[in-house]
Structure formats: C-alpha cells, structure tokens
Design a protein around this ligand. Structure first.
Ligand code: FES
Length: 238
C-alpha cells in the first residue's frame, strides 16, 4: 500500500461498523486473471463489511499477513484479487483449493456510498475492490487503466467498464459531474485528485497489524501523523 501526501484529508470519511474476526477459511479456488490471482475462500462467520474495507490475509508458513481489499462477496464466499510481486503475495498466490488461510477483518474505512453519479476509476491491481463496490452501487460506469492487455484481463471482473491501456491514462477519460471513487497507484490518485477534488481515494501503505496497534502505516494527514489502517484506507481528496 502507498502513502497519501499531506493534502489528503480524513474529513467525511466513511465508517462501517462491522464486527471484525480472525478465522481460518478454506480456499475454494485460486484462479488466474491475467497476471493476477483471484483467491476465493469460504466466508465462514466473517462479515464482508463495506466496499473499500480490507482484510489481513496470512499465507501458510508466512509470519506477516498482507492487507487485501475485498474483491467479491458472493453468498458464502469472499474473494481477493492480488498481484504476486513479493514473498508474501507470491505465497498467497500459491495456495491450493482445500488449504486454509487465516483471514482477519473487515478493517478500516470503505467508500462513502451516498453518491448520486458514481464513476469508478482504477489502475492496475487498484481494481481489486471494484467488483464488490460495483455490485453494491448497481454497476455504475468505470474507467480502468492497465499497463498491458494481459493486465487488462482483470477488467472482466468489473461490469460496465471502459478499459484503457498505456500510454492512454484514465485521467484522459474522466467525465465531469460524476462522483469519482478511485483506487490505484499513487501517481494516478494524485492526477485524479487534481481533476476531481471531491473524489474518494483509496490509498496504500505498508501494514503489519491492520487495526491501529503497530503504527507501521503512519502517514501525515492534515499535518498530523495518523494510521492509514484506522483513518483510511479511503480518504476524501480535498
Ligand atoms: Fe498497524 Fe496500521 S497497520 S497501525
């Protein structure tokens, strides 16, 4: 996860009062979506929470969990889309059906859902929370950007999406008068914030605990150090 710059603010954040739990959940499937892995697990007694909230996933044999936005919440299941780029995410991407992984959540603050004309704007693995968000909002339009056609296969998870591939940028297709809900790499979020000051932006930072205990995700917000796992990860742009 990446850090918001000081101009990000925590006002008007969305707080979902969900009961968080840690549970060992059985893997239902591990599916490839372009270069990404879609890990589907039995839901157990976990609350899916609100779109944009996240869960800490522990791969078998790995000490530190990894924060993952909830991707889908079909009946009886939770799914997470991840990009295997480090030891932790590669270990998660290697899980087999019927294995169990520990999942803890839901955590943090998701997107504010009282929006009139939602437009989902995402880049790369930042599309991860959008399938669930789209389902809750009734399949609003989306603009999704990727660095290759292979990566763009993840757009198949998001209905009603317009896809752009580099060198085209999502900001070239932003539509005025929409309520932008964005997730993606920091440069994309910064560019979205310039064009849509009322956007809701999901930021990233390294997270070890996910619930405010370790201060590993501390970022400066409104000139004050705050823990992104508690204040975010979704923040208002202005
Ligand atoms: Fe531990 Fe935020 S991840 S305080």
């Amino acid at each position: 996860m990446r850090s918001p710059t000081p101009r990000a603010t925590s006002r008007s954040r969305c707080k979902k009062e969900s009961v968080r739990r840690r549970e060992a959940l059985r893997v239902v499937a591990n599916e490839s979506v372009g270069p990404y892995s879609l890990i589907r697990v039995e839901r157990g007694s976990l609350d899916p929470g609100s779109p944009g909230q996240f869960f800490m996933l522990e791969a078998p044999g790995r000490l530190l969990p990894r924060p993952m936005s909830l991707c889908q919440a079909p009946p009886g299941e939770l799914s997470f889309l991840l990009e295997p780029i480090g030891p932790g995410t590669r270990a998660l991407a290697a899980v087999e059906p019927r294995e169990k992984i520990h999942v803890f959540g839901p955590l943090g603050n998701g997107y504010r859902l009282d929006v009139e004309r939602p437009l989902l704007v995402g880049g790369g693995i930042g599309v991860a929370p959008f399938p669930y968000l789209s389902a809750v909002l009734g399949s609003p339009p989306a603009i999704l950007g990727f660095r290759s056609d292979w990566h763009a296969e993840a757009a198949s998870l998001v209905p009603n999406a317009e896809v752009v591939v580099e060198p085209t940028l999502v900001t070239e297709r932003l539509r005025p008068d929409h309520d932008v809900l964005a997730c993606g790499p920091e440069p994309m979020l910064e560019a979205v914030r310039e064009l849509a000051p009322n956007a809701q932006l999901a930021w990233e930072a390294p997270m070890a605990c996910g619930y405010g205990a370790c201060y590993g995700c501390s970022v400066e917000i409104d000139g004050v150090l705050k823990r992104l796992c508690v204040a975010g990860p979704v923040l208002e742009a202005a």
